[in-house]
Design a binder for this molecule. Sequence first.
Ligand code: DGU
Ligand code: CA
Ligand code: CA
Length: 226
Amino acid sequence: MKKWLTTALAATLLASVVTIVPTTAVPTTTVEAAGVQNTTIIVKAGEVYDGKGARFIAGSALGDGSQKEGQKPIFRVENGGTLKNVVLGYPAADGVHTYGNATLENIVWEDIGEDAMTIKESGTVTLKGGSATNGDDKMFQINAASTFKVSNFKGSKAGKFIRQLGGSTFKVNVTIDNCDISDMKEAIFRTDSSTSTVKMTNTRYHNVGTKFIGVKNITESGNTQY
Ligand code: DGU
Ligand code: CA
Ligand code: CA
């Protein structure tokens, strides 16, 4: 086919594709930035960031993934944002931070940094699918009153699966469903707040220290120890 003809055809095809894209489509950021990150990737309010399985690690500007406080996250998910299908490799600095309602789907932390994920501002954070392993202390850190729903997730080798900010008295509702939690030095959920609750269902657990520390309102069903 003649080159000008191919170009004309391509332009026509592209135009027809462009016109059928609904204007109401949820904006999706693609993975132009996989690899070493020296600035935090921001998933803005209402945006869906699909990593399509790409792997990200922290550059020294974010942190070294040690227990040093004040490291920056690789991803910051703002209110109504969704982060999915990403792998966080070593070093993962301060992992993922959420601000408000956030959905985290199929995230794999290959080696937890200072912690894996922190709820920084109140909202409902839904974590479904994926896994996290190799943390020195906290896996999920909750620093604001919130609802944290974890399902179909595998967490292993850390100090605590979930920790509400030490000394805080705000209310956190945790639900854990259909998870596999193993090798926690201290607990599955530790809080200092008398109003925080946990509901754990259909979950397998092994070697988790004291299951819940400081939690006054506990509901459990269908869990098995192995
Ligand atoms: O003793 O330093 O919450 O990583 C308290 C801890 C705590 C931090 C912080 C974090 O403040 O672990 O988000
Ligand atoms: Ca910390
Ligand atoms: Ca942290």
